[in-house]
Design a protein around this ligand. Structure first.
Ligand SMILES: [Fe+2]
Length: 292
């Protein structure tokens, strides 16, 4: 059966049918990759997978990243150190088996505080609550295209310092010290407008809002400009909502999208396994042809 794709919104995202990730062939992978490059976020439903099969498919995209250092530390699937557990479940000793608990996770793109951030991540749903826990995505090239030219001309000369203190659940990463001064917190600067390394598409690259700072500006001016940028980046026209079903695999481009998660009831369980692909690129400023 040929692979078929169906746009999720007019802007980005595609649901893909006709491929089983458990035994995906090289030819199918090539088709899937092309669809992903165009749509940024892929949703594949009803995937019957084992952890080794999920890991095998993930590794077709590149070298896997070990789990990030979250407030809960590094949480991996037993026997699979490169698969990360996102869960509010606790083991028999009361220790969380995964990261992020049951609260909201704020808009972010994964591990942008690294010099070479991961370029792709994917989640596979294992158990789900009856309500809540939806994941939202925002399309950064579309957000950039929606901005007035004057604003784009201003921000394409600037960088953002991407804070590495807090995880997306708002917890201090293990071993880090709380610091709520954006000017002085630990982080890595990246240009605000970058090129997607493979397609060279121009895109915003924002990381996360908390503790973000634009070097060279006063804190007040940095906060005001970041709020303006984030208004475009998270506008409903450039976002989509994913309501999870069991067996979903959702793959996203980490350079061109951000994501967030809704909270869900604390007395219910939500467990997903995540893989992440190492990035080989330092985010590079995109220069407009007429400005070059
Ligand atoms: Fe994330």
């Amino acid at each position: 059966m040929p692979i078929a794709s169906f746009p999720i919104t007019p802007v980005f995202g595609a649901r893909v049918e006709g491929v089983s990730l458990s035994d995906i062939t090289a030819g199918e992978f090539e088709q899937l990759y092309a669809i992903w490059q165009k749509h940024h976020v892929l949703v594949l439903r009803k995937q019957e997978l084992t952890n080794p099969q999920f890991e095998r498919f993930s590794a077709m995209l590149g070298e896997l990243d070990p789990p990030p250092n979250q407030g809960a530390g590094r949480k991996s699937v037993p026997g699979h150190p490169n698969l990360y557990v996102v869960s509010n479940r606790k083991d028999g000793a009361g220790v969380p088996i995964g990261a992020l608990g049951d609260g909201e996770a704020q808009w972010h793109t994964d591990m942008s505080y690294l010099e070479r951030p991961p370029f792709a991540s994917m989640l596979w749903s294992i158990e789900l609550p009856e309500t809540g826990g939806d994941t939202f995505f925002a399309c950064m090239p579309a957000a950039l295209r929606s901005m007035p030219r004057q604003l784009v001309e201003r921000i394409e000369r600037l960088s953002i310092k991407h804070d590495g203190t807090y995880d997306s659940g708002g917890n201090v990463r293990k071993g880090m010290t709380a610091n709520d001064n954006p000017m002085h917190s630990t982080g890595t600067p990246h240009p605000v407008v970058i090129e997607q390394p493979e397609t060279r598409e121009r895109t915003l690259y924002l990381g996360r809002r908390r503790n973000a700072y634009i070097p060279g500006l006063s804190l007040e001016d940095s906060e005001a400009l970041l709020d303006t940028i984030w208004g475009y980046a998270t506008a409903p026209q450039v976002t989509l909502r994913h309501q999870w079903q069991l067996g979903d695999v959702v793959l996203w481009n980490n350079f061109t999208t951000m994501h967030r998660r809704d909270a869900f009831p604390a007395d219910q369980f939500r467990t997903l396994h995540r893989s992440q692909i190492k990035g080989n690129h330092v985010p590079t400023a995109a220069v407009r042809k007429e400005a070059a």
